[in-house]
Design a protein around this ligand. Sequence first.
Ligand code: ARG
Length: 461
Amino acid sequence: MTDKKLWAGRFNEPTDAFVEAFTASVEFDQRLAPQDIAGSIAHATMLTRQGILTEEEFASIKAGLEQILASIEKGEFEWSVALEDVHMNVEAALTEAIGIAGKKLHTGRSRNDQVATDIRLYMRDEIDLVLAEVSRLQEALLLVAEREAATILPGFTHLQTAQPVTFGHHMMAWFEMLQRDAGRLADCRARMNVMPLGAAALAGTTYPIDRHYTAQLLGFDAPAENSLDAVSDRDFAIEFTAAASILMMHLSRFSEELIIWSSAQFAFVTLSDAFCTGSSIMPQKKNPDVPELVRGKSGRIFGHLMALLTLMKGQPLAYNKDNQEDKEPLFDTVDNLKGCLKVFADMIPAIQCRADNMRNATMKGFATATDLADYLVVKGVAFRDAHEIVGKAVALCIEKECDLSDLSLAELQAFSDIIDEEVFTVLTLEGSVKARDHIGGTAPNQVLAAVKRARQRLNEN
Ligand code: ARG
């Protein structure tokens, strides 16, 4: 293939060798080749319908582009840095293959509207893949939540024992966060799905194009309303990395819990060997590398969000070469986000709960103190007084190094003579979780009901 620049007409001197490599994007934007070719075929279809290309020209353009795609997919295509980017590589190869008709493809089009279209097509597909992985992870959480609907562990605030909760309820908290993440990604996809083609370089084109037709061919909801906006803004990329960052923040928090829970000191869960690695020096080690790496990868994705925001903030309308810098952060976000979701979706169903350890841990820290206060309130004590009474009972337990449920009835009655035998049912862990029996509460039957509703919501996504 000749490496002659497609824009060489007005130039007298060759491009500086370093500048050629410095300004090229083909090394990374070749990933957009399938979208670039799909966009070109749609563009050519429209040009033909409008009488701008002949049927014969269209047939050879289409066949030529399909052949190029096949050779790219086989890894046989020779990419040229001198041809700068994926768009000019494909166009040059087309012209080499089919001659003059290849040179007509770019009629009424610019690389500016071309690249803005390619990225949107690419992002649309990738968001669909990301959403499929989010659903798979949510399904995994539902499985575990159902299995462990009645398994009790300490619920924490300030990482101090607060109240008993069920493991199923805890898993459903992560389900909800992912549900909002999926909503954000779907919103972003919907806003992104407008077509830049036809904006050409920035002002539109003088040819009698039919943008509605091209948009329909490419599955866009509509052509972009404003040509200057269409070629220049990358807010959709920022919106995607923002949604990705929030998702990664959630996965990172989740990771943190898995790491803590799988330590010998907590020992709440066992992660499958398939998701851990050993140490080259300490024979006993089984490290939770997968959640650690996911927690770590959140950093690079937050970084990409900052990179894209900064990339855009100083750009006057319309297209500027700065925008070439949108691709690497975007691609890296897509790759890592999909990787993190996949590994989580695979890892979560294999989590084993160590219910005895969770239970023993819940027995430390007076997790049922609020239940005792609520019990007194039901019997007519004002909540603030009940709070005070229970605080004193807790102080006695600390002195005696025992749990509230270990105090005798007489000991409890010394704090309030309103207390009777019944009190011991509210002081049990099972009694405590079972009593939180309302929508959004931790009671095992509520967890099962939440799982059922969640399955329905997932189907509606
Ligand atoms: N490689 C370029 C990019 O990624 C394509 C658009 C180039 N347009 C231009 N006028 N130089 O943004």
